[in-house]
Design a protein. Structure first.
Length: 277
């Protein structure tokens, strides 16, 4: 399998190499083994990246807390990030890579330092083998891209699953209080993820963007208030989180096809007909 993968890479590099990027491997190893007292502690981190993929259960320090993680756990440590991991059982094993890169698939890797499970350990093992043997900068770049594409998919899957409850809870609170000053940055901080990643997860989960959902719930509340109360349009706009009544009216018309005033009149006529019947 390793030889077939390398042959594919060589052909891929001939046809798809574009641009100039810097990728430099300082140290790389696979199937490393250590005793049960092994601890790797670098409080100041390295000036370059460290990627670790375990082959045994392991301890990782995340946000100051040390927890045990299962075999085939991956962690990417960016430059200058504190590093702490070690043996959890009788022995510790891993593949590891210290490298520098300015490729976007590395620099934009979401949620570094967060441990996650690798779905295909053998495939990753083979990539680490190839990185150990390879000398060609072009092939090394392609190997890194393939490895990080795989890791990114695994991380997205792990995080989308782990954030399901938080996303559902967030949406329930938006639905209950749409008039609050919801912002993507505040919601992302609450879930401890980036704003861009929140928008991706939210859209995947609910098939609608965060802010479109906020607007939708505000307009549902406005519709109910128009039907069930005699409050003025400006009062309803304020109760639904709008500081500007004209802006509220534009959004209402855009989404429901009628101005708030005409919507209220139409609903009043419907109720009158129902009363007569």
């Amino acid at each position: 399998m390793v030889l077939l993968l390398k042959l594919h890479l060589l052909l891929h590099c001939e046809t798809n190499h574009r641009g100039i990027h810097m990728n430099k491997i300082y140290y790389v190893g696979y199937d490393a083994a250590h005793p049960n007292d092994f601890v790797y502690n670098v409080p100041e981190g390295f000036p370059n990246y460290l990627l670790v993929v375990t082959t045994t259960p392991a301890l990782f320090q995340v946000n100051g807390n040390i927890s045990e993680y299962p075999p085939h756990t991956a962690v990417l440590y960016p430059p200058g990030c504190p590093i702490w991991y070690g043996a959890a059982r009788k022995k510790y094993g891993n593949h590891w890579l210290r490298f520098a890169s300015d490729e976007s698939f590395v620099t934009n890797f979401s949620q570094p330092t967060v441990p996650f499970t690798v779905s295909d350990p053998e495939y990753c093992h083979n990539l680490f083998q190839l990185l150990t043997w390879e000398a060609s900068p072009v092939v090394i770049s392609q190997l890194l891209r393939i490895l990080f594409d795989k890791l990114r998919d695994d991380l997205l899957h792990a995080q989308s699953s782990s954030h399901d409850y938080e996303l559902l809870s967030l949406r329930r609170r938006i639905s209950a209080s749409p008039q609050l000053s919801w912002s993507i940055s505040d919601m992302a901080k609450e879930l401890h993820i980036s704003a861009g990643y929140l928008q991706l997860l939210y859209k995947q989960k609910f098939q609608i963007s965060c802010m479109d959902d906020v607007i939708g719930f505000r307009l549902i509340k406005a519709r109910d208030l128009l039907i069930c109360t005699t409050q003025s349009i400006s009062e309803i706009a304020e109760q639904c989180g709008y500081n500007n009544t004209e802006h509220f009216c534009r959004q209402f018309r855009k989404n429901l096809g009628l101005s708030p005033g005409n919507f209220r009149k139409a609903q009043s006529k419907i109720r009158q007909k129902e009363t007569i019947l």
